[in-house]
Design a protein around this ligand. Structure first.
Ligand code: SF4
Ligand code: SF4
Length: 502
């Protein structure tokens, strides 16, 4: 029943009709609710060989190796620092990446890395379309791995479609249980590898195997195993189509000169079945065999043009190249190409790839500038730091002779992997005494030993004689810490409360 019919009945004031209309509307609504999402048609891509498939296998091997092996790479940082090359050390609030050590106050390096990653993605997208999605996105890599497992156990596309439709027999149960068991194994290994990134990997492995690891680690492995299993094994292409924002964003990053997987309609149309020996004149090279659709992990037909679902993986190119070889037609009816080239061909113009365009040059420039700034800041990075906090309660203490004393808490940060002596001094005001609690002497600069990669906190009492207080309620002073061996200096301005009434 249409909405208009329902409205007509209500407008007529017929009570009986009103009741029927309401129940019809409710039925329509509940049916609509039930169909809020289009039911998924399972996609069983055919196993495909070819150039792009080989590149995808290679990328899978590289990315999975990096992910699983990186926590096991060691990096010597001296006796007092962890020797794991990549480690997020939550307990000590540090991020180690080979020779780089990031402290919490240097989080801008992480921001810089994220900006670099985003701009690189924009640049690659503007040049080559969704290469990231097709070859190196974790969702693609794990989905590919899970489909490979499925193919090895249940067979290629047709066998899997047949198995889906078949009744539950012992054979089907064994195949399905085996598949899900291996998927779960990979899922647990994925979650397991993740927790090694924020723990010492050999120690944690021992703890995990002996059941002595923290509950948090087991929980994280469980959560990541569940997400890997469900996203890579069960939801697959739906994650890219419905959950990931990138397909929507990337459309704004590419233009008609971006290299994307394209069906060369100028060569393929008019399409149609072709018998051996039939002439090729007055028709296109596409024989409508649907092999490109069968190989597509997203279940789409690239001949329909650019689509949000297409991850630019190139498997349809491999599939069509096989067909073209068999029918004796030139390869690359489907190819990495640009919309602009299709138009140029239709106009009889020469095709070309325009890599240098305003948007690609802009992204490249941003990339170079951000990289240069990050390299410069890394190269000139200070490995000493200091925080100074003045006592507030009391704000100051007046001594018997009228002198005024302020107390400060000074934190000295040694951001290097070796112990160092820091020289601390106070300037900007004539002081009678600067006393570091715990030191025998009050000679300035005070020499303070700070162990490698540690923070040392000291209390400093600054006293100014009555005659030197001046007339203002507060005076500016400067705490300066120097590390003479590497010539590094850090100065922090502070206030000295004089207690003089205004
Ligand atoms: S594989 Fe090639 S020939 Fe076959 S339907 Fe696809 S585009 Fe046409
Ligand atoms: S249409 Fe081709 S390139 Fe796009 S997802 Fe399918 S197989 Fe990959």
């Amino acid at each position: 029943m249409t909405a208009h019919t329902v409205i007509d009945r209500l407008g007529g004031g017929q009570q009986a009709a009103e009741g029927v209309a309401r129940s019809d509307a409710q039925a329509t609504n509940s049916a609509a609710n039930r169909k809020l999402y289009k039911p998924r048609v399972p996609i069983h891509p055919r196993e495909q060989d070819g150039v792009y498939r080989k590149i995808k296998w290679a990328m899978m091997a590289v990315t999975l190796s990096i992910y699983y092996l990186i926590p096991w790479v060691r990096w010597d940082r001296g006796p007092d620092a962890p020797d794991q090359a990549v480690l997020v050390d939550f307990a000590h609030q540090r991020f180690y990446f080979f020779f780089i050590e990031i402290w919490p106050q240097e989080v801008y390096y992480i921001t810089g890395l994220l900006i670099l990653a985003a701009v690189s993605l924009f640049l690659v997208n503007a040049l080559f379309g969704r290469l990231w999605c097709g070859y190196s996105c974790p969702q693609t890599v794990w989905t590919d791995l899970f489909i490979w497992v499925e193919t090895k156990i249940e067979g290629d596309r047709n066998a899997r479609i047949k198995l889906d439709a078949a009744p539950w027999t012992a054979n089907k149960i064994v195949k399905r249980v085996s598949k899900h068991a291996i998927w779960l194994m990979f899922a647990v290994a994925t979650g397991g590898a993740w927790v090694f990134y924020y723990n010492d990997a050999p120690t944690l492995l021992h703890q995990l195997l002996t059941g002595t690891a923290s509950i948090g680690n087991y929980a994280f492995i469980g959560i990541l195993a569940f997400t890997t299993y469900s996203l890579g094994g069960l939801m697959r292409e739906q994650v890219c189509t419905y959950m990931c924002p990138w397909p929507r964003i990337q459309a704004a990053m590419s233009d008609k000169e971006s290299l994307t997987v394209t069906y060369r309609s100028d060569r393929g149309e008019p399409r149609g079945a072709h018998k051996k020996g039939d002439p090729w004149e007055d028709r296109g090279s596409c024989i409508d065999c649907n092999q490109c659709v069968a190989a597509c992990p997203m279940g789409i037909d690239i001949r329909d043009g650019a689509q949000l679902e297409c991850i630019n993986c190139g498997l349809c190119i491999d599939a069509c190249d096989d067909v073209m070889k068999k029918i004796g037609q030139p390869a690359r009816l489907i190819a990495y190409d640009t919309d602009a080239n299709i138009q140029r061909r239709l106009k009889g113009e020469k095709t070309r790839f325009r890599f240098l365009r305003p948007r690609t040059m802009f992204y490249a420039a941003v990339l170079v500038i951000v990289s240069a700034v990050m390299l410069f800041t890394l190269a000139t990075r200070r490995t000493i730091d200091m925080d100074v906090l003045r006592d507030r309660n009391p704000n100051y203490v007046t001594l018997a002779d009228g002198a005024v004393r302020n107390g400060y808490t000074v934190k000295l940060l040694n951001l290097s992997s070796s112990a160092r002596d820091f020289h601390l001094a106070v300037s900007g005001l004539k002081t009678r005494e600067v006393k570091v609690i715990g030191l025998e002497t009050d000679i300035m600069p005070a020499i303070l030993h700070v162990p490698a990669d540690k923070v040392r906190t000291v209390r400093v009492l600054v006293t100014v004689a009555k005659a030197d207080l001046g007339t203002a309620g507060s005076r500016d002073i400067t705490f300066t810490v120097t590390e003479p061996v590497h010539g590094q200096v850090r100065a922090v301005g502070q206030v000295f409360a004089t207690g003089v009434a205004q």
